[in-house]
Every structure is written in structure tokens, then in C-alpha cells.
Design a protein around this ligand. Structure first.
Ligand SMILES: [Zn+2]
Length: 183
């Protein structure tokens, strides 16, 4: 899984670099050009039903306060199209909680190889109501349908069997650390 770790880190580095470009670039057209290049590099030729709303949401993602942390990557059977990789990444907002800098899961990015090129094709956000648990007080979470994550701008990714987990850094959040240690 070393290669896919590099791919996700490249994606997160470029996302962060693009944000810095947006902050420092006086000529906004240069930023727009860079943003478009980033979008096409990582999202081109991906089958998404509502492409314009996805792109809008994707670009909103680029309003960052920090580079997202890469906590772990899970690999799933994706059938004939090859394996699916799910990256657990941290928040783009900088906030400090009682236990120090807030390092929590914030999003899952899904990536796979399309004709030899790595593309993101799925995105979900931690459910604010159950924080990945999928349940509270023994009841399935109604907010996320018990999944613990809410799909965001893309279709639900149909994951096959879990094939492997590559751990990189544990989140500080105790709830998310529990999930981190569970598989
Ligand atoms: Zn929920």
C-alpha cells in the first residue's frame, strides 16, 4: 500500500498548496487556472451523475486552514475495476480542544485507478450526530442511516470486502482512536 499512501499525500499536499496559492496570489486568474488543473488531474473522467454540483462542492473543499492529516487508508475489493482505497483525513479547520490540537476524522476520500490514473470518486463526511458510531443509545442513527458517515457530493461507494488497513497516524479523538484500532 506504500504507493497509495504517496498518492493520497500528493493529493493532500496539492490541495493545501492550492489553498496557499488562493491566499497569496494577487492575480486571481492564476488561482483559477491552478484550481482547474487540480480538479482535472484528480477528478477527470469520473462518472458522476451531477457533475456541476460535484465540482462546486469539490471546489468548496479547497477553502482550507491547514493541510489535512492522513490517518489511515483502507483497501477494499472493488470487483473487476480493481481495488478501492479509502483515506481517513482530518479537518481543514484549525481548532484546539481540551486535549490539545484537534485531530479527528473529518472526511473519507475514495480513490481508485481509472485507466492507470488515480482519481478521487467518492467523498463522505463524519456524521456530526454519531461521530462514526452509527448509533446512539442503542438506536441506529437516523441522521446517517447507521453508517456513521454522510455521503457528500458523490454517490455512495459500494465497498467490497476489506482487504487491508495501512495505519499512518492515530487521531487524538478517543472515539476516532477506537475506530482506528478496531480494524
Ligand atoms: Zn450518524
Amino acid at each position: 500500500m506504500d504507493n497509495i499512501v504517496d498518492v493520497f499525500n500528493e493529493f493532500l499536499d496539492e490541495e493545501w498548496a492550492l489553498h496557499q496559492c488562493a491566499c497569496t496570489e494577487k492575480d486571481q486568474s492564476a488561482y483559477v487556472t491552478a484550481r482547474t488543473a487540480f480538479y482535472w488531474k484528480w477528478c477527470k473522467r469520473v462518472t458522476i451523475p451531477n457533475r456541476s454540483s460535484y465540482r462546486e462542492a469539490f471546489e468548496k473543499q479547497l477553502e482550507l486552514e491547514q493541510r489535512r492529516t492522513l490517518f489511515q487508508i483502507k483497501k477494499y475489493d472493488g470487483g473487476e475495476e480493481g481495488p478501492i482505497y479509502r483515506a481517513y483525513v482530518g479537518d481543514h479547520r484549525v481548532s484546539v480542544g481540551p486535549s490539545g490540537p484537534n485531530t479527528r476524522y473529518n472526511q473519507n476520500w475514495y480513490m481508485r485507478s481509472f485507466d492507470g490514473e488515480w482519481k478521487v470518486f467518492g467523498l463522505s463526511q463524519v456524521c456530526a450526530d454519531c461521530s462514526t458510531l452509527g448509533a446512539s443509545d442503542g438506536q441506529s442513527c437516523t441522521s446517517c442511516g447507521g453508517e456513521g458517515w454522510k455521503w457528500f457530493a458523490t454517490d455512495r461507494v459500494k465497498r467490497g470486502e476489506l482487504l487491508g488497513v495501512h495505519k499512518i497516524e492515530a487521531p487524538a479523538s478517543s472515539r476516532h482512536k477506537e475506530e482506528y484500532d478496531s480494524e
